[in-house]
Design a protein around this ligand. Structure first.
Ligand code: BDR
Ligand code: CA
Length: 304
């Protein structure tokens, strides 16, 4: 089993990605860390604990950064609802599952204690990961890969040219892209094609307890406008870990625009090598949407 840490801001699509990862027999989720993003740190941490209770999984949860490195916080409560995970009446979580350790320290400990190098899967803003790399550079040798949901080779979803996770903390993203670690960018190019339609949601409703919960969350995701497809962005990062064959990947140079007056938070993906820089990331430029849908439904069938 591949040891992974998931850094997340649940988040309705985060909840789906967590379900798939936690029930996969190929992944060993050692730690879940939370970061302010879709909603505040307290809310996303509460949501992570609610999900652990729902799934009956005892993976430790550690709370991380309360705000971005430099930029003022933004949120996406318009997409995920005021709680960040609206639509389902979860049981009160077990607060005992929350570590008394900051996420960055917990990540360091888990990475250094692991017998095999750990893969990090950030599906929120990259604040915790940037802090980890700067505070504890010794972890770099023990990280197998960072497979992150974020960025885009083209248009954005939080700004004209910026994807939400990068836009929320561009300085942190820049630190991660410049880290020299093996990176996989799973961004909007694939996330916008990983869609759940009303008919899929109806199947989930009767699939199992998890499917039923997702069905209810989906009624609130993006105000319930499901006809054009709900985007399963964060599940794409987990999909890459389990089924890289579904993706088309380009190895290329990526950097993050910080100061562009119109483009701050944009990932500059140099697919044509204008900048003559060595490649620092594998960028997922396409996905087979049919294979994805098949994989997605099969994966959720493994849940309780
Ligand atoms: C990303 O932004 C968040 O709203 C989602 O959870 C996902 O991680 C997509 O741009
Ligand atoms: Ca997310």
């Amino acid at each position: 089993k591949r040891p992974i840490i998931i850094d997340t801001d649940p988040g309705i699509d985060d909840a789906v990605a967590l379900a798939i990862a936690l029930y996969s027999d190929q992944l060993d989720v050692r730690l879940i860390t939370t970061v302010a993003g879709n909603v505040s740190l307290d809310k996303v941490t509460f949501n992570a604990l609610r999900l652990m209770k729902f799934f009956n999984k005892d993976v430790p949860v550690a709370a991380g950064a309360r705000r971005p490195l430099i930029k003022e916080p933004i949120d996406a409560s318009d997409i995920h609802g005021p709680t960040g995970m609206d639509g389902y009446d979860f049981e009160q979580p077990d607060e005992g599952q929350l570590l008394q350790e900051h996420a960055v320290n917990a990540m360091r400990r888990v990475i250094m204690d692991s017998e095999a190098p750990v893969t990090i899967v950030p599906i929120g803003p990259l604040t915790n990961i940037a802090l980890l790399l700067h505070m504890y550079p010794e972890v770099k040798e023990r990280i197998a890969e960072i497979v992150l949901m974020g960025g885009s080779t083209g248009r954005g979803n939080a700004g004209v040219m910026a994807e939400f996770n990068i836009y929320a903390d561009p300085e942190a993203a820049k630190i991660v892209f410049q880290s020299g670690l093996p990176l996989v960018m799973v961004g909007l190019d694939v996330g916008l094609k990983a869609l759940v339609y009303p008919e899929d949601s109806e199947k989930l409703k009767v699939m199992n307890k998890t499917g039923h919960m997702m069905y209810q969350l989906f009624q609130k995701y993006r105000g319930g406008s499901m006809k054009t497809g709900l985007k399963m962005y964060d599940s794409c990062a987990v999909a890459y870990l389990l089924r890289p064959d579904m993706f088309e990947v380009a190895e290329t140079f990526v950097d993050v625009e910080l100061n562009g007056s119109l483009t701050s938070g944009c990932t500059v993906v140099d697919l044509k090598n204008y900048l003559k820089q060595p490649a620092n990331a594998k960028v997922c430029v396409d996905i087979d949407p049919h294979l994805f849908k098949q994989w997605f439904m099969e994966s959720l069938q493994k849940c309780n």
